[in-house]
Design a protein around this ligand. Structure first.
Ligand code: ZN
Length: 729
C-alpha cells in the first residue's frame, strides 16, 4: 500500500505542465598571449592575440517541481573536473548551497524520504568543451595536459571559472516559461573521418546500419521560445566535428568552426548593431562524439609530393609529419576553412530553426551522476563473462598525433609494437608492470601515466558519468572523445533502455545525444575493434580495450536508475590538486617604452581611403595584454564617425570578438636595462571592411593596460588611428 501511494505521489510529481528555460553568455577568453594553446600539444604554439573571443554559453532548465539542470558549452578544449569544483563553489556562494552542484555526492545521505525528493540528486551541471584547439591551456589539473604549457596556468583557470559561473548565473536569473522546439537533420560536406581504416574494423553488419557512413551527419537542435515574448531566447545544438579547422601554426585565440557558427547565429538574431557577446540570444554549437571526426574535408595528403599518405599509418615515406589534412579554404587557408565549416553549421542551424515544428515535452527535468574509478572497473558482458578496464596509459601512436596536427620524433599511427629506445625513455618515468602491459595490449605503452605521480597525477582515474533529462531529451555527458561508432553504440544502448521503459509516454520520440568532453578529460574512447589498430584515437583510449564497454555499462546503470526513480550510487570524488599545481609561466613584470613614445601611440597609421573587402591595419605602441584580459570588454574598437544633435561622435561598429577584426600583439626590441628580457611591444590591429559597411569615415582604436616599472601598477590607456574613408567600390 505504501508503495502504491508512493508511486501515485511520484506520478503526480512527474506530471509536469510547463518548463522554465534560461540562457546566459559570458566572456572566458583568458590570457591571449604567451600561453600555449590547448589541443595540439605543440610547445611553440603560444597565443599572440585574438581573432575571436571565447565564451561560455549556459542553459538552465527547471521543471514544475523546481528540479533543475544546467548545461554549459564552452569555447575551450574540454571540460575540467577542477573547473567544475570551483564553479560549484562560486554558484553555492551566489545562488545558495546545492542549487547547482556536480561534485557534492559525498555530502548526500542516502534516505528516500519524500520530503527531500526532487532535490535528492545534486549532480546537475554539465560543462562541455567545444574542443577548439586555439585557446589557452592550463585549466586541467593533470600533468599530461600541462607538459607543453609548462604547468598549470592560473590566469586561464580563473577566466574559465569566472566566465562559466557567470554564464550559469545569468541563465539562472533568466529562467522563464519557455517552449522548446526540436529538430534534426543531416548536414553533409562538413566533416570526414580521419581514421577511416580503423572504422572499417567494426563489423560489416553494424556499419551497414549507417548509410551516412563513417561519420555522423546528424545535427540535433533545440530552439527555446520564450512564452513571455514569443521570441527565440537561444539555440543549443550538437554536431560531430573537431575544433581543428585552425591548425597548429595558428597563434590567434579562436573558437574555431563552432565559434564562428555561434558568432554568426548570435549576430543574425541579435542584430549586427548589438556588440558581439552582448546580445540576449545565445547560440551554442556543442560537441558530441567527434573523436575521429575532422573538419578538414579535403582529406590528408603528403605535403611535399601531393600524393596520398599511407592510409593505415597516415605517413609519407614512413614519417607522419608530412601527412596533413586540409580544410576547404583556398590553398588550405585555415581562416577561410574555419569560416566555411562554421558557416555550413550556421546555415544548417538556421534551416533547422525555421523548419522546427515538434516541441520537447515540457519536463520533467531529471539527472543522474556517478563518479567511477575507470582504472579498475569490472565489466560484465552480455554473455556473463567479465573483462576489466586498465590503469591509464598512452600508446606509442599518441605521439604521432593526427592528420589534423601530426606529432614529432618519427612516431606513426597504427603502431602496435614498441621500440627499445623509446621504451627506455618511457621506463625513465615509469616502468609498466607485466599486468599493465597485458591489460593494454595490443597497445604498446609509451607513457605509463597510471604510475607516475611526480609532481602529481598525470591522468585522471576517477571520471564522472552523467545523464541529464529535459523532457524527452537525454544528454549523456561523456568525459572524453568518443569515436563515431563508439558514440553510436552508447546512444543505442541507452535509447533501448529508455524505449523499453514507460519513462517517456508512448507516442513521444526519445532524443538521445552525447555531450562530448564534459566535466573532465580522459582522452579518447574507441570501439574494441578500432582499438586493435592502434591509431591515434586508440592509443589515446587510456583505460584499455574495454573502455567503451565499461562506459556503456555505467551509463546503462544511470539510465536504469532514472527509469526506476532511484538514486545512483557513486564512487569516490576526483582529487582536488589545486594546492599542488606547478606554474612555470611567470606573470608579466612591467612594460617598457622606446625613447619618446607613449603607450597607445600610432606607429603605422591607416591609409586615407579603403574599399569594401580591403583590410585596414594600424600599428600601435603596446603593452602586454595579460596585464588585463579586458573580460567582457575589448582591446580593439572600430568606430564610425557620425553626427548626433550637431555633435561629432564615434560609434563603435566592431570589437575584438568580431570575425572582421584581428588583434595581434608583437614582442618588440629589448630594453638596455632589462638584460635579455623583452618588455617593449607593439600591436597590429586590423579590420577587413565588411561588404555591408556604411560609406563614411572610420577610425581604429586600441585599448590596453600597461604595468609600471616602479610599483607594478596597472594603468589603462587608449590610442586611435587617424580617420580613414571607406568608399563603396
Ligand atoms: Zn580531439
Amino acid at each position: 500500500m505504501f508503495f502504491a501511494c508512493l508511486f501515485v505521489v511520484l506520478g503526480v510529481l512527474q506530471a509536469v505542465a510547463s518548463m522554465n528555460v534560461g540562457v546566459g553568455i559570458y566572456d572566458m577568453t583568458g590570457p591571449s598571449v604567451e600561453i600555449n594553446f590547448m589541443g595540439y600539444a605543440v610547445p611553440g604554439q603560444r597565443g599572440t592575440g585574438i581573432h575571436q573571443r571565447l565564451r561560455a554559453r549556459a542553459y538552465a532548465f527547471q521543471d514544475d517541481n523546481g528540479k533543475r539542470v544546467a548545461f554549459v558549452s564552452v569555447d575551450g578544449g574540454m571540460g575540467s573536473d577542477l573547473v567544475v569544483m570551483k564553479v560549484v563553489d562560486k554558484l553555492n556562494q551566489a545562488l545558495g548551497e546545492g542549487v547547482y552542484s556536480a561534485v557534492s555526492s559525498k555530502n548526500i545521505t542516502i534516505s528516500l524520504s519524500l520530503a527531500n525528493y526532487p532535490f535528492f540528486y545534486q549532480d546537475n551541471i554539465a560543462i562541455s568543451g567545444t574542443h577548439t584547439h586555439s585557446g589557452p591551456a592550463g585549466f586541467l589539473q593533470y600533468v599530461l595536459f600541462q607538459v607543453t604549457s609548462f604547468g598549470f596556468v592560473q590566469e586561464t583557470f580563473d577566466a574559465w571559472v569566472t566566465g562559466i559561473s557567470n554564464a550559469i548565473i545569468r541563465a539562472h536569473n533568466n529562467l522563464q516559461p519557455a517552449k522548446t522546439l526540436v529538430n534534426q537533420g543531416m548536414l553533409y560536406e562538413s566533416n570526414i573521418n580521419r581514421s577511416p581504416t580503423s572504422y572499417l574494423l567494426n563489423p560489416e553488419s553494424e556499419r551497414a546500419q549507417y548509410p551516412e557512413g563513417d561519420t555522423d551527419k546528424n545535427m540535433l537542435l533545440l530552439n527555446f521560445i520564450s512564452q513571455k515574448t514569443g521570441k527565440t531566447m537561444g539555440v543549443l545544438n550538437w554536431f560531430a566535428v573537431h575544433g581543428t579547422s585552425m591548425n597548429n601554426t595558428n597563434t590567434l585565440t579562436s573558437g574555431d568552426n563552432r565559434g564562428y557558427a555561434s558568432y554568426s547565429l548570435e549576430r543574425e538574431i541579435n542584430g549586427a548593431e548589438v556588440a558581439t557577446g552582448k546580445g540576449s540570444f545565445v547560440a551554442a554549437f556543442a560537441s558530441t562524439n567527434l573523436g575521429d571526426v575532422s573538419p578538414n574535408t579535403m582529406g590528408a595528403k603528403c605535403i611535399d609530393t601531393g600524393l596520398p599518405c599511407d592510409g593505415t599509418h597516415s605517413s609519407c615515406n614512413g614519417r607522419c609529419e608530412k601527412c596533413i589534412a586540409f580544410g576547404p579554404g583556398t590553398n588550405g587557408d585555415m581562416f577561410e576553412s574555419t569560416q566555411i565549416i562554421g558557416d555550413k553549421q550556421f546555415q544548417f542551424a538556421k534551416k533547422l530553426m525555421s523548419e522546427a515544428t515538434d516541441s520537447l515535452m515540457d519536463g520533467p527535468v531529471d539527472f543522474r551522476h556517478s563518479f567511477i574509478d575507470m582504472s579498475s572497473l569490472n565489466v560484465t558482458r552480455t554473455d556473463g563473462s567479465t573483462v576489466f578496464t586498465c590503469k591509464p596509459a598512452m600508446g606509442y601512436s599518441f605521439a604521432a598525433g593526427t592528420t589534423d596536427g601530426p606529432g614529432m620524433f618519427g612516431f606513426t599511427q597504427g603502431t602496435t609494437s614498441g621500440n627499445p629506445f623509446w621504451d627506455k625513455v618511457r621506463d625513465f618515468l615509469s616502468v609498466p608492470t607485466e599486468e599493465e602491459i597485458a591489460c593494454q595490449a595490443p597497445k604498446p605503452i609509451l607513457i605509463n601515466t597510471a604510475d607516475i605521480n611526480v609532481p602529481y597525477e598525470w591522468d585522471p582515474r576517477i571520471v564522472p558519468v552523467q545523464i541529464l533529462r529535459v523532457g524527452n531529451l537525454f544528454i549523456l555527458s561523456a568525459p572524453s572523445e568518443f569515436t563515431t561508432m563508439a558514440g553510436r553504440r552508447l546512444r543505442n544502448a541507452i535509447r533501448s533502455i529508455l524505449e523499453d521503459s514507460t519513462l517517456v509516454p508512448a507516442g513521444q520520440k526519445i532524443y538521445v545525444t552525447i555531450a562530448g568532453l564534459t566535466n573532465t578529460y580522459s582522452s579518447y574512447v574507441t570501439t574494441y575493434e578500432e582499438y586493435q589498430a592502434q591509431r591515434y584515437e586508440a592509443a589515446s583510449t587510456i583505460f584499455g580495450p574495454h573502455t567503451l564497454e565499461g562506459y556503456i555499462q555505467e551509463f546503462s546503470r544511470l539510465a536504469r536508475d532514472m527509469v526506476a526513480g532511484r538514486p545512483s550510487t557513486t564512487g569516490p570524488s576526483p582529487p582536488d590538486l589545486s594546492d599542488k599545481q606547478l606554474q612555470l609561466i611567470n606573470e608579466p613584470k612591467y612594460d617598457r617604452l622606446p625613447e619618446g613614445k607613449n603607450f597607445g601611440d600610432v606607429l603605422v597609421d591607416a591609409k586615407p581611403t579603403y574599399f569594401l573587402g580591403e583590410t585596414v591595419a594600424v600599428t600601435f605602441q603596446a603593452a602586454n595584454p595579460r596585464n588585463n584580459q579586458r573580460t567582457e570588454d575589448t582591446f580593439l574598437t572600430v568606430e564610425y564617425k557620425t553626427t548626433i544633435a550637431g555633435k561629432t561622435v564615434y560609434k563603435t561598429v566592431a570589437n575584438d570578438g568580431d570575425w572582421s577584426t584581428k588583434f595581434h600583439w608583437i614582442v618588440g626590441s629589448e630594453h638596455p636595462l632589462d638584460f635579455g628580457v623583452k618588455r617593449e611591444s607593439t600591436a597590429v590591429l586590423s579590420w577587413t571592411v565588411p561588404s555591408d559597411a556604411l560609406e563614411g569615415n572610420y577610425r581604429i582604436c586600441y585599448h590596453g593596460d600597461h604595468k609600471t616599472v616602479k610599483g607594478g601598477k596597472i594603468v589603462p590607456f587608449s590610442g586611435c588611428s587617424s580617420d580613414f574613408l571607406v568608399n563603396a567600390p
